[in-house]
Ligand binder design. Structure first.
Ligand code: GLN
Length: 484
């Protein structure tokens, strides 16, 4: 059952080939058997899942259940889940039990989706390797000595390791697409404002966006149908109809104009990754798409601009964790100052503290214009590059990340090397555009991701191209060794 796609599970549930309880038991037993190898799941909600599955089976029996009713999923531990610990990968929130559900979680719950548990992640979603989690690193199912990517590495490894058929994730600078690429699955970051951020623990609010991870583009469409909604509890959520993302998957890609940015094939791109991406582009051309070379001239400024804007917003967002209201509090503080200071030094890991320091510095009165103001101007230029490009093309395609999964510790003492992991993904967050990653090859036994970037709210077209690509390739069907 764990090799079925979500689309196949939906059919199986609706035709009573198996029940949601059976399916849920199957995935729960896979988690208890294999999670030790991956450390992808940090909270398992077995009793709650079985109860939800029973309810789902009742709804299915009545015949009018929503599409995803009875399908089990995992949620990234950044989404608040009522009554279930939501740690955000941090010691700071190790004891935090939210009294409400995030809108994303609520949408799935209403649809009868069964939550199996919560996935491991980089602390406060800061990282590209899952090495910053308080709960220890997640291992890549394709090579357990290598990172799964981050920050949604737990979700990606769980889907690749068949511990769940799909999972939720979030992407501030690449955290859905990069781990999807490194773990050989499909993942989509929607347009900023497409999915509600309410109840999703904030990292950098102007960049954060939630999206689905699954093995196929078809499954991502099914999940996005449920995740995307207007929500007046998030003032940046856009009030716009949610199309049926599954409806246009089978359209032909003939005549589609695909922009290939020359800046995405520069120095630093692994030759094996480059070859896999070029082969994928040739496959798309063979399907009738037209490849057009384009330029995104300010691409090299995206990482520097992001590493001012994201830490600036993080430093403000994370100021709420002060030991007073909820979360970790240090022991025996001598006074209020000591309590703040030790709570934050003990509760946050090194990378989070680094970002708070950088962000606070960039926002300080003397440096605001030089750093934060400048970065915002650069952000505008990057956005304009895309606006110009989309005058001539329908979609943009290139690599998701510069190289396949790397070994644990190999970028540990060099934060800048780690930051460059997101060199091809960050620009879309700065511009607010949607992007996705689909598997397109293997290098040294490890998966390579193809990135598809769309115009604003053009998720349906991205999913259409990704699905058509998956009709003529089989990278998305491959499983890591040992999974049968
Ligand atoms: N890797 C990037 C960072 O460390 C992006 C993380 C994310 O998208 N949440 O900030």
């Amino acid at each position: 059952m764990h090799n079925y796609t979500i689309a196949e599970l939906v059919k199986g549930l609706q035709s009573k080939q198996f029940s949601s309880v059976e399916l849920t038991q199957h995935f729960l037993s896979r988690i208890s058997q294999f999670n030790d190898q991956y450390n992808a799941v940090i909270t398992v909600t077995a009793d709650q899942a079985l109860q939800a599955a029973q309810l789902a089976d009742q709804r299915l029996a009545m015949g009018s259940a929503p599409a995803l009713c009875g399908v089990p999923l995992l949620h990234k531990d950044i989404f608040c889940t009522k009554g279930v610990r939501t740690s955000c990968g941090s010691k700071m929130l190790d004891n935090f039990i939210p009294p409400y559900n995030a809108t994303v979680v609520e949408n799935f719950e209403q649809a009868g989706v069964v939550m199996l548990g919560k996935t491991n992640m980089d602390e406060f979603a800061m990282g590209s390797s899952n090495e910053t989690s308080f709960y220890g690193p997640v291992k890549n199912p394709w090579a357990t000595d290598c990172v799964p990517g981050g920050s949604s590495g737990g979700s990606a490894a769980a889907v690749a390791g068949r511990l769940a058929p799909g999972a939720t994730a979030t992407d501030t600078g690449g955290s859905i697409r990069q781990p999807a690429a490194l773990c050989g699955i499909s993942g989509l970051k929607p347009t900023y404002g497409r999915v509600s951020r309410w109840g999703m623990i904030a990292f950098a609010s102007s960049l954060d966006q939630a999206g689905p991870m699954a093995r196929t583009a078809e499954d991502c469409a099914l999940l996005l149908n449920c995740m995307a909604s207007f929500d007046d509890k998030d003032s940046t959520c856009v009030d716009r109809d949610v199309p049926d993302y599954s409806a246009s998957l089978n359209k032909t890609v003939k005549g589609l104009r695909i922009g290939v940015p020359k800046e995405y094939f520069s120095e630093g791109l692994h030759p094996g990754t480059e070859a896999a991406v070029k082969k994928a582009l040739a496959d798309l051309e063979a399907q009738g798409a037209e490849l057009v070379e384009i330029s995104l001239p300010n691409s090299d400024l995206s990482v520097p601009a992001y590493y001012v804007i994201a830490p600036a917003e993080a430093s403000a967002n994370l100021s709420r964790f002060d030991g007073v209201k909820y979360g970790y509090r240090c022991e025996n503080p001598k006074d209020l100052q000591d309590m703040y200071c030790r709570t934050r030094s003990e509760g946050f890991g090194e990378e989070v503290q680094r970002r708070i320091l950088i962000g606070t510095y960039c926002l300080s009165a003397g440096y605001y214009d030089a750093y934060y103001g400048k970065a915002q101007q650069v952000r505008k230029l990057i956005e304009q590059d895309f606006v110009n490009a989309f005058k001539d093309v329908d979609l943009i395609v290139g690599p998701t990340c510069p190289s396949p999964a790397f070994k644990f510790g190999s970028k540990g003492d060099d934060p800048v090397a780690m930051y460059l992991e997101d060199i091809y993904t960050i620009a879309t967050n700065l511009a607010g555009l949607p992007g996705m990653s689909v598997p397109c090859g293997m290098v040294e036994g490890k998966p390579v991701g193809l990135q598809i970037i769309g115009n604003y709210f053009d998720e349906a077209r991205m999913l259409n191209l990704a699905h058509q690509f998956q009709q003529v390739t089989d990278w998305h069907t491959q499983a890591p060794e040992g999974i049968s």
